[in-house]
Design a protein around this ligand. Structure first.
Ligand code: ZN
Length: 271
């Protein structure tokens, strides 16, 4: 029997106003897309794998983002104790994805070697590329190497039964997605290889990138991976994800936190 994973997307912050021209090259400044911030967790019978760490409130607010819940509390809401987590998969090293590394003191981490080369090498001499990273987080990643707590990945592979990773570069040099087998079939947890459903559908050029052509090719590859079925694609920042997957935990105001992305969406995509 194939391994089926339970999969959560945790909505930990948002930016209710995020206009199309701030997101995409040639975007319309009057169209508001909004933006949600997620990290993820995958669970099998005997393993819990956290995917990215989110960022703590202290890092979100000065950047104009609205922190909704501390990622540690979001995990606790579904019974995951961050201080006991032993496996953290990093999809890339942008600040909103690695902004809480200290919350996982017992964890071992995995990330593409390409991403580390990028964040510690000549790529970072370009302020445009460097803008999506934070020096203290990169220094912590280097620290993990010296503590033997970071294993480097090279391209595509199998992380666990029913869990494959795919290098989909462009947004960042080592941007990685996960193909997750669930009881409802495979889903592609795209992380930021695809931020929004419509970005993939329309091959839009996201404003934060390492390599534009690679980024566009990765959008196309994501669509091919899911055979064009957007119900199998989980983008990294789309508020539509929050609106259409069943939620297991909520904020006091009723907004969702822990979304079950291994379940079938409860609403049609509507785009
Ligand atoms: Zn990113």
């Amino acid at each position: 029997m194939t391994q089926a994973w339970k999969a959560y997307a945790f909505r930990y912050a948002s930016m209710p106003e995020r206009y199309e021209d701030q997101l995409f090259l040639g975007g319309d400044p009057s169209v508001n897309w909004g933006m949600d911030y997620f990290f993820w967790a995958l669970q099998s019978r005997d393993r819990t794998i956290v995917v990215d760490t989110g960022a703590n409130a202290a890092k979100m607010a000065p950047k104009g983002r609205t922190p909704l819940i501390d990622p540690v509390s979001a995990l606790a809401g579904v019974g995951i104790d961050a201080s006991e987590v032993t496996e953290v998969f990093l999809t890339h090293a942008h600040w909103d994805h690695v902004g809480n590394l200290d919350a996982f003191p017992k964890a071992h981490f995995w990330m593409q070697a390409r991403e580390m080369q990028s964040v510690t090498g000549p790529d970072m001499t370009y302020t445009k590329i460097r803008g999506s990273y934070q020096m203290d987080e990169v220094q912590k990643l280097v620290g993990l190497v010296y503590e033997d707590r970071l294993t480097f990945l090279d391209g595509d592979g199998t992380f666990a039964p029913g869990l494959d990773y795919l290098l989909l570069p462009g947004h960042s040099a080592g941007q990685t997605a996960l193909r997750v087998q669930t009881e409802n079939g495979p889903v592609l947890l795209a992380s930021d290889a695809v931020h929004y459903y419509r970005e993939a559908l329309e091959e839009r050029v996201f404003q934060s990138f390492n390599d534009v052509k690679e980024m566009l090719a990765s959008l196309r590859q994501c669509m091919a991976e899911v055979g064009g079925d957007l119900d199998r694609l989980i983008p990294g920042h789309d508020p539509i994800v929050s609106a259409r997957y069943p939620a297991e935990t909520h904020l006091a105001n009723g907004e969702p936190v822990a979304l079950r992305i291994d379940q079938l969406p409860t609403k049609p995509l509507g785009i």
